[in-house]
Ligand binder design. Structure first.
Ligand SMILES: *Cc1c(COP(=O)(O)O)cnc(C)c1O
Length: 397
């Protein structure tokens, strides 16, 4: 796959490092480093406040939203970037419960990322209208979608195991029951083909520092189906989501379309970095990227399992039911991952016992998959992981 070979050159990948954690924090795109410099030195420096107009800083949230929209099957003008994903989740749930007055349940699953659950729960409590966040097993979601459910809120790809929900089928079931469907695409955007339009999804959110390589702390995004957006008044009614922010009216009037999901001043430098990072996806066929991702993960699983009996595959075995990561359980998974990192093979760990390996076809190669598999086998076979320095827990795992 020579198409991907040249993409690898777009990234800064340190010598001696095999990076398998782009599902948590994408690597630095070379163009992003240059764009950060240029934004600071050629825009902020000389332009000062005039940069908002001259360098079109104010348009960044919508322009970037459209660029991401192309990767997730969202029409122009239906996606906007800003804040963090947790905030976007809050906005999404707030919209949904407002659109379904009388329905008191928001349904999610226990494979969801805790922040999504915490944000939803916090919002529902503060509403004080008797709403309930109901959390069920991932495979039981469809069976719990009743006419009491205002919204079903799910993360498409499970952050721990990589299990993929059937987006089209669950969205259909939600709609049949009159519920709204919220998809979190944190582990999907830029990792596998997503077609929000074909699925008729109502609301989608995601982050940009994982597979989209926007850098640490890069902003989140939100998409609302165009026929719904004008019906809702945003819960986080910040001035930049106002119809006329610079009229400085005392009354809030929601802005045109998706722009009402903006809140406050955009982080311009971080957004400029994201803009440059997204160039790496220009001309990428997402079906081809998916095929390559499956090739990498299948190779890794086959080689690890052939050489090691002490780990258990935590991801679905069917590659079409798995995102772009592979997770293995090992009783001392944390220490084993630290031993891998000491060798320059960077994945990560999720409690209680999951070692995660992300495969990003834009830059990962088949040789890297094999190299990591061989190292994991050796570390476990020799007990190399069993050292005090590998067992000592760091703050970020
Ligand atoms: C990574 C991730 C988050 C993190 O949210 P932030 O507000 O960006 O810290 C939330 N939800 C899911 C599903 C994630 O994968």
């Amino acid at each position: 796959m020579s198409a991907f070979k040249s993409r690898r050159d777009l990234f800064v990948l340190p010598e001696g490092v095999t990076y398998l954690d782009g599902n948590s924090l994408g690597p630095l795109p070379k163009a992003a480093a240059e764009r950060a410099r240029a934004t600071i030195a050629e825009e902020w420096g000389p332009m000062l406040i005039t940069g908002w107009n001259k360098a079109r800083w104010m348009d960044l949230p919508g322009r970037l939203g459209d660029r991401i929209g192309r990767l997730i099957g969202a029409p122009e003008g239906s996606t906007v970037v800003g804040d963090t994903l947790s905030i976007k989740v809050y906005q999404a749930v707030a919209l949904a419960v407002e659109m379904r007055p009388g329905r008191k349940i928001v349904l999610s699953d226990n494979g969801n990322f805790p922040s999504d659950l915490y944000m939803a729960d916090g919002l529902l409590r503060s509403l004080g209208q008797g709403h309930e966040l109901r959390i069920v097993d991932p495979e039981d979601v469809a069976g719990h979608i009743t006419d009491e459910v205002a919204a079903v809120m799910l993360t498409h790809v499970d952050y721990r195991t990589g299990r993929v929900h059937d987006m089209k089928a669950i969205t259909e079931t939600a709609h049949e029951a009159g519920a709204l469907m919220i998809w979190d695409l944190a582990h999907s955007a830029g990792a596998l083909p997503v077609d929000l339009t074909a699925c008729n999804a109502d609301i989608a959110v995601g982050c940009t520092y994982k597979y989209l390589n926007g850098g640490p702390g890069a902003p989140g995004f939100i998409h609302v189906r165009p026929d719904l957006i004008d019906q809702v008044r945003p819960a986080l009614s910040g001035w930049l989501g106002h119809q006329a922010p610079f009229a400085f009216d005392l009354d809030y009037r929601p802005g045109e379309g998706i722009s009402r999901m903006r809140v406050g001043t955009p982080p311009v430098i971080q957004m400029a970095v994201l803009d440059a990072a997204l160039d790496a996806f220009d001309g990428v066929d997402m079906d081809e990227l998916r095929a390559r991702s499956i090739e990498l993960s299948e190779r890794f699983i086959a080689e690890v399992e052939a050489g090691c009996k002490d780990v258990t595959l935590a991801s679905p075995r069917d590659p079409h039911r798995r995102g772009s990561q592979v997770s293995f359980r090992f009783h001392e998974g944390y220490a084993a991952m630290q031993a891998l990192i000491a060798r320059g093979i960077i994945g990560d760990f999720r409690a209680p016992d999951i070692m995660r390996f992300g495969f990003c076809p834009l830059y990962n190669t088949a040789e890297e998959a094999s190299f990591a598999a061989a190292a994991l086998i050796e570390i476990i076979a020799t007990g190399e992981w069993d050292r005090p320095e590998f067992r000592a827990r760091k703050a970020v795992t």
